[in-house]
Design a protein around this ligand. Structure first.
Ligand SMILES: Nc1nc2c(c(=O)[nH]1)N[C@H]1C(S)=C(S)[C@@H](COP(=O)(O)OP(=O)(O)OC[C@H]3O[C@@H](n4cnc5c(=O)[nH]c(N)nc54)[C@H](O)[C@@H]3O)O[C@H]1N2
Ligand SMILES: Nc1nc2c(c(=O)[nH]1)N[C@H]1C(S)=C(S)[C@@H](COP(=O)(O)OP(=O)(O)OC[C@H]3O[C@@H](n4cnc5c(=O)[nH]c(N)nc54)[C@H](O)[C@@H]3O)O[C@H]1N2
Ligand code: SF4
Ligand SMILES: [Mo]
Length: 732
């Protein structure tokens, strides 16, 4: 009997509440859930492939072990864990905890227990070497928030905004940042229809830009100049919320001096945007009265991403875009402890310079985590502290990290590489063990990860107290030997005689868990539901109550309001961080020459139907193309005498890749706009690979030449490249 059952789509961090049709223990269809109060029937093409994902031929039903000849053969997961535990114990004894590193990638985030249990295990072995994608994603965000200080009550929301500024993000496609996660495209459209004045800063006429009142179609990498220019207009025309700034911030005069060189004319010249449009954007944003400015991956991947994020926080602060006493708290928490914020600053703190020191390039821990872009060097650099084992959960370094050359060398160098991945990903192909996981519908799900993000990035996470629990809906195929991601860490701990403690989750904005970690019973394996109880201990709404709402629920019955500032609070938001203003002065005095050698700039972008390296195994998602097109302006293609569909060579100072040209009239001239995480292991017929697996743009990006000194993110946008016709044309 077929049945439509509510669940959570975990293909991406939008975590839509959807319906799946289950028939004879198999999932056969997926659809939107009109009874879901937040998502209201929304589903995207990736979500529709849930049935295919659970059944497709390339799915690993058994863990794999690499033999001496480099090929993989199935292995029982219990045996794999026995052997991995033995190797790890040996490394710990000979080389200490630092020799073991963890990378919790994109899909570790989708499963509420995966990262917490991995971190609990890292605590138990006492290794500081924990890496997540944040430092190759939007590292400027966490670091800038530390330097500026945060507002304890959080920002004004998208709901009710009069103006909204999106800098280098595209929520209709990424469904990630810049608009709420629940049907961001629909929400943007509706908001613009009701009068929202949208400002978009992007070198590309994106789906977001098409809705904008003002689109600044800038040169990439000029965000610091653009935002500084807007600040200057607002300050000079006295359009700021001076009272809010005087009460809650410091350094306004210094900020004003630092942005003074950024006249509309200078910005126009640097960023190649009309001066009057910049002024208009500044006036619209300042007029508000409600709204927020938020940046995505674009500016964070360009040079000086932290500065861009910092200046945006200054923009929001001088316009007073933070919630005040008496206003309703948008999300007081559901699965996390009750959150009763005050209308006051949380004092700034260090953005870097604390915690573990890396042995390479002077890096330390940062407010965005340890620099992931430096992990390959930590693996390659010999000597005390060398990383010899890597456990990689739901991530794909070989495909997704910048500098594929160095990443490859590092993965090959490891004494032990373990991945948890449902496919033989590019990284898994090099792994000693690949642990085959249960897929989403084969385990319980919870919206907790998205809740913890709320207001982290401002324009990320839920703007209302929404939560959903999804029970396991189907069993894995009868012949399968698959485990949940967290079981790897519990299993390793048991074998290694380690005790694990799991701390309850907390929302990012509340800056720390008040609750004590809970010691787990190591004598037996707990159930996922038992662990979810631990993770949500002390939550505002008990998990049991959340479970009674199969279609998800907004737990907003009682309004929670922002409390007045504590009279004893002397904290101030910092508008004049010394390191940031020094960088801004450098920006004012530098110019980047576009040389004939590298006349083009490579810029990142997302494609709707794939999610980083995920999605290319599903015919439904790649019916248009299996590769990542090299989008260019039609006039640039004409100048190169290249037709769409033909092969081009893209060269940086570091590497060369082949790409398949595609025309995008909405792109600025002089750019190549291309998606990351395509391409497989290099080698073989490159032209054929470019068409069947796409091209890996990480090969154009060295990690150690042009990089942020703190987060280590290399220049991944505005990368100087040259473009050439490829001699051997691609016949399709
Ligand atoms: N469909 C889909 N959704 C995804 C993903 C996916 O791969 N596919 N990936 C997920 C992940 S991991 C993340 S982190 C989020 C990212 O979410 P977003 O940050 O929204 O990512 P993009 O959609 O690539 O938008 C980035 C925009 O920045 C622009 N840009 C490039 N360089 C610059 C620059 O220097 N300055 C400015 N102002 N703009 C610039 C690009 O043209 C692009 O339109 O998306 C998530 N969602
Ligand atoms: N040049 C360039 N590089 C970039 C970016 C860019 O824009 N430009 N973007 C950066 C960003 S924002 C990010 S977040 C990183 C992403 O970096 P990663 O997280 O390392 O890469 P993904 O491709 O997302 O890796 C996801 C892996 O999880 C596997 N997977 C899929 N489903 C499941 C599941 O249910 N369980 C488990 N355990 N695994 C699963 C997939 O098969 C895949 O191998 O890449 C970064 N790299
Ligand atoms: S937007 Fe993300 S969570 Fe929603 S249906 Fe698509 S893939 Fe699933
Ligand atoms: Mo990301």
């Amino acid at each position: 009997m077929a049945e439509m059952r509510p669940t959570i789509c975990r293909v991406c961090a939008a975590h839509c509440g959807i319906l799946v049709e289950v028939s004879d223990g198999q999932v056969v269809a997926a659809a939107g859930d009109r009874d879901n109060p937040l998502y209201g029937g929304y589903i995207c093409p990736k979500g529709r492939t849930l049935p295919e994902q659970h059944r497709h031929a390339g799915r690993l039903l058994h863990s794999m072990k690499r033999g001496a000849d480099g090929t993989h053969a199935p292995v029982a997961h219990e045996q794999a864990l026995d052997e991995i535990a033995t190797t790890l114990a040996g490394l710990l004894e000979r080389h200490g905890p630092r020799s073991i590193a963890l990378y919790a990638g994109t899909y570790a985030f989708m499963y509420p227990l995966a990262t917490p249990m991995a971190m609990a295990w890292m605590n138990a072995i006492d290794s500081p070497m924990r890496f997540v994608p944040a430092t190759i994603d939007k590292p400027g965000k966490g670091i800038a928030m530390a330097l500026h200080g945060r507002w304890a009550a959080g920002p004004q929301t998208f709901a009710g905004a009069d103006t909204w500024m999106i800098v280098g993000a595209n929520p209709p496609v990424s469904r990630s940042i810049g608009a709420p996660p629940n049907n961001g495209a629909g929400q943007l459209h509706a908001a613009v229809r009701r009068g929202l004045q949208l400002i978009v800063v992007d070198p590309r006429r994106t789906e977001s830009a098409r809705l904008a009142t003002v689109h600044l179609q800038c040169r990439p990498g000029e965000d610091p100049a653009i935002i500084a220019g807007m600040l200057r207009v607002i300050l000079q025309e006295e359009r700021l919320d001076r009272r809010f700034a005087a009460e809650n911030a410091q350094g306004l005069e210094e900020l004003a001096r630092a942005v003074d060189p950024f006249t509309p004319e200078l910005v126009a010249q640097r960023a190649d945007v009309p001066a009057d449009l910049l002024v208009r954007a500044a006036r619209i944003f300042a007029a508000g009265p409600r709204g927020f400015a938020v940046a995505g991956t674009g500016p964070n991947m360009a040079p000086r991403g932290t500065l861009s994020e910092y200046l945006l926080l200054c923009l929001n602060t001088i316009c007073g875009r933070w919630l005040r006493a008496g206003e309703r708290v948008p999300n007081p928490g559901v699965l996390t402890p009750a959150f009763l914020p005050r209308a006051q600053p949380v004092a700034p703190g260090p953005g870097w310079g604390f915690g573990e020191r890396l042995r390479v390039r002077g890096f330390t821990n940062t407010a965005a985590g340890l620099p992931t872009a430096a992990l390959p060097e930590e693996i390659l650099l010999e000597g005390a502290g060398q990383v010899r084992a890597l456990i990689c959960v739901g991530g794909n370094p070989v495909a997704a990290w910048p500098d594929q050359q160095k990443t490859l060398a590092a993965m090959q160098r490891l004494e032990l590489l373990v991945t948890v991945d449902p496919e033989m990903s590019a990284t898994s192909k090099l792994a000693h063990y690949v642990i085959a996981p249960r897929l989403s519908l084969e385990q319980p799900g919870l919206t907790l990860p998205i809740e913890t993000l709320s207001t982290y990035a401002y324009g990320m996470g839920y703007e209302s107290p929404y939560a959903q629990y999804a029970p396991q809906l189907i069993d894995p195929p009868a012949s399968a030997d698959v485990i949940e991601d967290w079981e790897l860490f519990h299993g390793l701990a048991r074998r290694m005689g380690l005790a694990l403690s799991l701390a309850p989750a907390y929302p990012w904005i509340s800056s720390g868990s008040a609750a004590e970690p809970v010691q787990l019973d190591m004598q037996r394996q707990p159930t996922t539901d038992e662990l979810l109880e631990v993770l949500t201990r002390g939550s505002r709404v008990p998990l049991a109550q959340v479970k009674t709402h199969a279609h998800g629920h907004v737990f907003g019955e009682e309004a929670v309001t922002v409390q007045p500032k504590d009279p004893a609070c002397g904290a101030r938001l910092d508008l004049a961080n010394a390191a940031m203003l020094t960088e801004l002065r450098e920006v004012a005095s530098e110019t980047e020459a576009i040389t004939a050698d590298h006349a083009y700039r490579l810029v990142p972008r997302r494609l709707p139907d794939v999610y980083n390296s995920f999605g290319r195994s599903f015919p439904l998602l790649v019916r248009k193309s299996r590769h990542n097109p090299a989008f260019m302006h039609p006039d640039d293609l004409a100048a190169l005498t290249v037709a769409p569909g033909e092969l081009i060579e893209i060269r940086s100072d570091y590497g060369t890749i082949l790409g398949i040209a595609e025309a995008d009239p909405g792109l600025r001239r002089g750019l190549v706009s291309m998606t990351h995480a395509f391409g497989d292991l290099p080698g073989g017929d490159e032209a054929a690979l470019a068409r069947t697996a796409g091209s890996n743009i990480g090969r154009l990006i060295p990690v150690d030449r042009d990089f942020d000194p703190h987060s280590g993110i290399p220049r991944m946008s505005a990368v100087p490249v040259s473009v050439h016709r490829h001699a051997a044309r691609l016949d399709s």
